[in-house]
Design a binder for this molecule. Sequence first.
Ligand code: SF4
Length: 336
Amino acid sequence: MKPISYARPHTVEQAVRTVTARPRTVFLAGGTTLVDMLRTGAMEPDNVVDITWLPLGGLEHTPGGGLRIGALATMSEVAAEAGVRERYPFLAVALEKGASPQLRNMATMGGNLMQRVRCAYFREPGNACNKRDPGSGCAAVDGMHRGHAILGTGPDCFATHPSDVAIPLVALDATVTVWGPRGERTIPFDEFFLLPGNTPQLEHPIAEDELITRIDVPALPFAKNSHYLKVRDRESYEFALTSAAVALNVADGTVVDVRIGLGGVGTKPWRARTAEGQLIGKAATAANFAAAAAAEMAAADASHPMNAFKVVLAQRTLVRALESVRPQVNPLGGAQ
Ligand code: SF4
């Protein structure tokens, strides 16, 4: 490992100033992604700025009924918070389904959004990878790509976005606030992640000297009726093959409102707007759930042999997730 300089500022302004002043500098929070990347040589910064002493932790419920999550709040802290569990259960479940307890105790919410893809060719220098080395090619096309994406793909890259918690957050229309030398700005969650296009090395619309300070989640009363379903090869410590974060509002058997995020299938956290649009105003039946899931997957890229199974698996995952939050029909009449 090559020598790397280390700084530990105590204010956001100092942290940003340090990154601005030194080229090839990255922020270090929980370290659960960055340290791996440094070890393999997939990232080679000259300097790291440890931000764990900055006052960016905590979580609060806002007067309007929303949630404000500090960038340095840990995954376990947010998952355990009583109000999150009651008002946004799919957020808590998605957090608990990610990584391992040890990692969740270290990993921060801001770091989770900035984590890099798990494509093995990206993480192992020596393989062609347009994301790590633009223009070098994509070793995954003719290599192992069982876990890769089927939505938002392009010829230059089809690595899957790995976060679980980003899936309910995109469904909730959360926002990400960043602070940098040009001041503060707030970015809608869906725009915080870029499709690979022909610049797969760019994953976010922020500059290297901008730091995530918080995530805001708007009020969504029907998110009380939500679920995160994750399908994976083993039940623990594994990334999603497919996942669905759903919140459903049904009245008299009709879908009044619905939010859907899909994971394991997109090059970014996938907001299933086609499926949502197709369900609103329709009867909350398994047949309509299946039709909406099929409509969402109509744009899926099934051209790669090892991951084409995800097109069907994602539809089944979404239908099952929606069925799990659909009000049960009372055989004596009415809904339970
Ligand atoms: Fe690199 Fe993306 Fe290809 Fe993986 S899928 S090797 S990250 S370009």
